[in-house]
Design a protein around this ligand. Structure first.
Ligand code: BGC
Length: 757
């Protein structure tokens, strides 16, 4: 109740802290004058009502009481204007100072209109699409009371054993940085004070994607060089794009957990990168520093605060120990003030002091959420993220006639279309492949359906995966009958379409896998279908790259769809029947074996490089596997074909400060209009530090009508030729460079040029 008078009073005070926003500074200065210590500490406390997906063992208790007592700064897991308003009223009308709450959520790939997984969207290589998806998610989420999003997740991910690779944009820092920028722009739209934008959180800072052995929450140990050049660029890009919040990660960085790592949260993030928002911990990651061996709860809470952490998610280490630490002189009041100010600034920027109820307009959900337009967008976005991995004899697109056997455990599985981390989506709203077929081809094709196999026959795996609802449903019928039925429906079919892969919760958080092949039940099905000798199309739904050597041999065509979201079935049918042409490219390498991991395109040369895949003694290779992956980064086919010709450089030498233009002509030589992702890589041939064999520097997704040729021109700056040294400075060294343009990391045309002193 006190809120309004405070604002009226403070808004005419003079700025004295200098954020460049005198009105904000004076409001917060005056508010903080009023606040007692416990209220300041309260602002640093983030609670959950458990309405989303609780991802740790702890959930908050006595939430309402704590809000009234001014012991809560933000909350997540509250959805809908009505509930939001009631909750906000507790803070604004019943707490002493009436400071509004932040309302957070994990809006990872769409809100209620669930888009394809982030990993899938990254395969679109379409920044406009990704930005638009984020904007649409922001419109939906803010209509439901959310003003602060725990996305984008930009962790570079090169280990497909790690389940959270599904939430990432894959393995590459250049692509990852562009996507980070697009998502921040999409969520925030340059102004978080609007009612249809939300504050973004870049996570998980930092290096979480490098968890050892692909095991979730595991340690990370990495050179600074690798950090600067490969893992940090996407977080930095998000900061440069003005992200409002940063979430610290669960892992350690240089031996100190990220949540208590001062070098990371202050020296790098604030002093070097100039971040001026607030830092939130991950779910109980303050408390988890006890298990990391950093001391007891009081020790680790003080460590986190002093390192630069501002808000404590769920664990309440701040709430319960900071006062004691202050009294004992372990922390200073200024440490608390600093963090408190940052939280209040976020609230100010969101416009919550002006109107704490601005995100609770009851008429909005109906207008803004899960609209037909949004669903149509989700359908297009899914089709644009699919990657065609194989298409022998142009089996695809399918004829809109004849008989199709539609089989496989994911062909008619509503529960697995959304993919992991869709806590605000609802499987019930999703379109199955079977429904999509009917929607797209009506009665023109005779569809014969059989499940054919369980996703897995293993009840133990099913129990682990089914925590958020039935994802692996083991049929009452024995596996042999399922298989028999699939073979039966295949008998009269002209083509077999098998929808196979992972259940949605087989990837995601706490869903690491040591064996990333298809489960045996599905392998058996595919073997039996292949033996019929009929054209076999695999539609592959997965949250991670899989080892697919056998299936790649057996199938005539493979369409990788990842988990495609709420419009899954329609999008799959659009592509299979040729209403749309596939244009996605892999943002992550597909290994031949778990033993190759990590395998990624941006490798270095070694002192004993191997030329080609044939084994040579005393070279860097394996006795039992080629070095090359099954499918390289950047790979993806179309129904049409493209030919690259006439690559040209504007010069063979450039001097520092000068740009280089590289151009190429691409001709659509096939029978369909289509889109191609043209990729440009460089190699620094001689440098003071070892450099990768290829580094993506730019790309362009272009539409080329059949029979036509388009020219693409890339411009490289001196900065593009640089790399980070041990000090974290970007340096460019003169010398020879190779420059590659091509259709994927392995299929390129090369030219050389020299950067003069
Ligand atoms: C995840 C975060 C997420 C948080 C809140 C954690 O377990 O690591 O990505 O934002 O839970 O749901």
């Amino acid at each position: 109740m006190l809120l309004i008078p405070i604002i009226a009073f403070v808004s005419c005070q003079v700025n004295n802290t200098g954020t460049g926003n005198p009105e904000m500074d004076s409001l917060i200065n005056d508010l903080m004058e009023e606040m007692v210590l416990q209220e300041k500490i309260g602002q640093l406390n983030l609670v959950t009502q458990g309405g989303g997906v609780p991802t740790g063992s702890a959930v908050s208790t006595d939430v309402e009481e704590k809000i009234r007592a001014g012991k809560v700064g933000g909350i997540f897991g509250v959805y809908g204007p009505e509930k939001g308003k009631q909750t906000q009223q507790l803070a604004v009308e019943e707490s002493r100072l009436g400071i509004p709450l932040l309302f957070g959520s994990d809006v990872i790939h769409g809100y209620k209109t669930t888009f394809p997984l982030p990993l899938a969207l990254s395969c679109s290589w379409d920044m406009e699409l990704i930005e638009q998806a984020a904007r649409m998610a922001a419109t939906e989420a803010t209509a439901d009371g959310i003003c602060w999003n725990f996305s984008p997740m930009v962790d570079i991910s090169r280990d497909p054993r790690w389940g959270r690779i599904s939430e990432s944009s894959g393995e590459d820092p250049c692509l990852g940085a562009q996507i980070a920028r697009a998502m921040v722009k999409g969520y925030q739209n340059g102004d978080v004070s609007r009612c249809n934008t939300m504050m973004a959180t870049v996570k998980h800072f930092a290096l979480y994607g490098a968890s050892e052995a692909g095991r979730d929450y595991n340690s990370v140990d990495m050179s600074r060089l690798r950090m600067y050049n490969e893992y940090l660029p996407p977080y930095k890009a998000a900061v440069e794009a003005g992200v409002g919040c940063v979430m610290s990660s669960f892992n350690d960085v240089d031996g100190v957990p990220a949540t208590g790592n001062k070098w990371l949260l202050t020296t790098l993030l604030r002093d070097r990168w100039g971040f001026d928002g607030f830092v939130v911990s991950d779910y109980t990651s303050v408390n988890e520093m006890v298990a990391h061996g950093m001391g007891d709860l009081q020790d680790v809470s003080a460590l986190a605060l002093k390192a630069g952490l501002d808000m404590d998610m769920v664990g309440e280490g701040f709430l319960t120990t900071l006062e004691k630490s202050l009294n004992e002189g372990i922390i200073a009041e200024e440490d608390i003030n600093r963090a408190c100010r940052r939280i209040l600034e976020a609230k100010y920027k969101l416009g919550l002091f002006e109107d704490p109820y601005r995100y609770f307009d009851p008429s909005r959900p109906e207008k803004d959420i899960l609209t037909p337009e949004n669903r149509q967008f989700a359908r297009d976005a899914a089709a644009r993220s699919f990657v065609l991995l194989k298409n022998e004899n142009q089996v695809l697109p399918l004829n809109k006639g004849g008989t199709v056997a539609l089989v496989g455990p994911l062909a008619n599985s509503r529960n697995n279309m959304l993919g992991t981390w869709a806590p605000t989506g609802n499987p019930e709203w999703s379109v199955t492949v079977m429904e999509g077929f009917k929607n797209v081809i009506g009665d023109h094709v005779n569809i014969r359906y059989a499940k054919g196999a369980n996703i897995s026959d293993d009840p133990d795996l099913a129990a682990k995966v089914n925590v958020f609802g039935p994802r692996i449903e083991i049929d009452d019928r024995p596996p042999e009958s399922l298989l028999e039925e699939a073979l039966h429906v295949s008998r009269d079919a002209d083509v077999l379409v098998a929808v196979v892969g992972e259940a949605s919760e087989m990837s995601g958080e706490s869903a690491s896998r040591a064996n990333i092949s298809l489960p045996e039940s599905q392998k058996k099905l595919i073997r039996a279908l292949a033996e019929t000798g009929k054209p076999l199309v695999l539609v592959l739904m997965t949250g991670r790259p899989l080892v697919l050597n056998e299936e790649t041999e057996q199938a005539s065509a493979i369409l990788l769809t990842w988990h495609p979201g709420v419009e899954a079935g329609n999008a799959v049918a659009d592509i299979l029947f040729g209403d749309k042409i596939p244009s996605g490219k892999l943002s992550v390498t597909f290994p031949r074996s778990v033993g190759q991991i990590p395998v990624y395109y941006r490798m270095k040369n070694t002192g004993r490089p191997q030329d080609g895949d044939a084994f040579v003694k005393f070279k860097s290779n394996y006795l039992d596997l080629p070095n090359s992956p099954l499918f390289p980064f950047g790979y993806g086919l179309s129904y049409t074909s493209f030919k690259y010709n006439n690559m040209e450089l504007s010069s063979e030498t450039i001097v520092p400060g000068e740009n280089l233009n590289a151009s190429i002509e691409i001709t659509n030589t096939g029978n369909f209009d289509g889109e191609e992702v043209v990729q440009l890589y460089i190699r620094d041939m001689v440098a003071s530090l070892t450099r990768p064999l290829k580094e993506l520097k730019d790309f362009r997704k272009i539409f080329i009508p059949k029979g036509e040729t388009k020219k693409v021109v890339f411009t490289l700056t001196e900065q593009d030729l640089g790399f980070y040294n041990f000090e974290g400075d970007l340096v460019t060294e003169p010398g020879d460079f190779e420059i590659f343009i091509g259709t994927d990391a392995d299929n390129v045309i090369v030219k050389t040029f020299n950067l003069k002193e």
